[in-house]
Design a protein around this ligand. Structure first.
Ligand SMILES: NC(=O)c1ccc[n+]([C@@H]2O[C@H](COP(=O)([O-])OP(=O)(O)OC[C@H]3O[C@@H](n4cnc5c(N)ncnc54)[C@H](O)[C@@H]3O)[C@@H](O)[C@H]2O)c1
Length: 303
């Protein structure tokens, strides 16, 4: 089995014809991944369950590219040509023309297992099936596939256009050529790739979960105020954001879901979610996306 992310007939990599990328789910991550792939020259299909959602995803991808122009990271002409490469779709039918599928649907194992089975039917047999999961084992996502060797984790970071890292996660049955194709695909997007074993939370999400949870426990125990904890992490460790600013960006519900995946996977008390986080989820204080988390956000800064 050969997997090329570029047309093997093209000799100059910059002039080469990129293979299509099919992105499942056009939310925060899917729209950013679509923008990043289009910027790197790939034709992209951005898919969601309704046209309204797919259009919203395309609008978010457009905004991300406009933001990159405003930050002088790309030229206006790059934005235009990238946007011309993105089409939207409803349903998985168009997956048949893609060589790389990136699933960015919600962090729900049952949903991802079902989507992977459907993608195996819809996509070309030579396409790689990648998940952007931030914590779920790739082996578990791929368990219903007839060919689990084609599944791999390609974990992007938010916001995709600004974050230089991609975490690469081979499942227990992933074939070496699929891992290499995923690695060269991520590198072709200009990302630095780190590899992780297929354990819950991989490297980055496991580290993030503990960092945020420990801050929540310190606040819960009255060790310090949230402002002082944020300042301590920023000025003491050179972190660009404090843990409460960060979890407000990620989503407090997402942080609890990740801690639960780690708890289920390891049964280690290190991953016991602080009750304060669960209370905030029950109170619908989810962070920026709900307008309030540890901090309050005016409508212009929410979402
Ligand atoms: N948000 C982050 O900071 C972040 C960072 C890295 C990885 N991730 C991971 O990326 C994935 C997506 O997260 P997100 O934050 O973009 O979520 P999101 O909720 O913003 O987007 C998910 C999208 O998937 C769509 N969707 C739901 N069911 C679908 C289906 N059956 N078929 C196609 N589309 C479907 C939804 O309509 C929505 O548009 C998750 O696995 C998450 O863990 C998130």
């Amino acid at each position: 089995m050969t997997i090329d992310v570029e047309d093997p007939g093209a000799s100059d990599p910059r002039a080469s014809v990129r293979r299509r990328v099919f992105v499942v789910g056009s939310g925060i991550m899917g729209s950013g991944i679509a923008a990043q792939c289009a910027l790197a020259g790939y034709p992209v299909t951005l898919e969601d369950i309704t046209e309204e959602l797919a259009r919203r995803g395309l609008a978010n991808a457009t905004r991300a590219l406009e933001h990159a122009v405003a930050r002088k990271k790309i030229a206006p002409a790059d934005r235009e040509s990238a946007l011309e490469r993105i089409e939207i779709a409803i349903g998985l039918r168009r997956a048949d023309s893609a060589q790389v599928i990136v699933e960015a649907a919600p962090e729900d194992l049952a949903l991802k297992r079902r989507l992977f089975s459907e993608l195996e039917e819809a996509a070309s047999p030579s396409a790689i099936l990648a998940s952007n999961t931030s914590s779920l084992p790739i082996t578990a996502i791929a368990q219903d596939l007839k060919d689990p060797g084609r599944a791999v984790g390609i974990h992007f970071f938010n916001p995709v256009l600004q974050m230089p890292l991609v975490e690469l996660i081979p499942g227990h049955r992933t074939r070496p050529e699929v891992v290499e194709a995923a690695r060269s695909f991520a590198a072709s997007l200009g990302k630095t790739v780190v590899a992780s074993a297929d354990t819950p939370g991989f490297v980055t999400t496991r580290a993030l979960a503990v960092l945020v949870n420990e801050a929540a426990w310190m606040l819960y125990e009255g060790v310090a105020t949230k402002e002082d904890i944020d300042t301590a992490y920023k000025l003491g460790f050179h972190h660009p954001m404090g843990p409460f600013e960060l979890v407000d960006l990620v989503g407090i519900d997402t942080a609890v879901a990740i801690l639960d995946v780690l708890w289920d996977g390891f049964r280690d008390p290190r991953y016991r979610a602080c009750p304060l986080l669960r209370t905030m989820v029950a109170a619908k204080k989810l962070g920026r996306k709900s307008g309030e988390g540890f901090y309050v956000y005016p409508p212009a800064d929410a979402g």
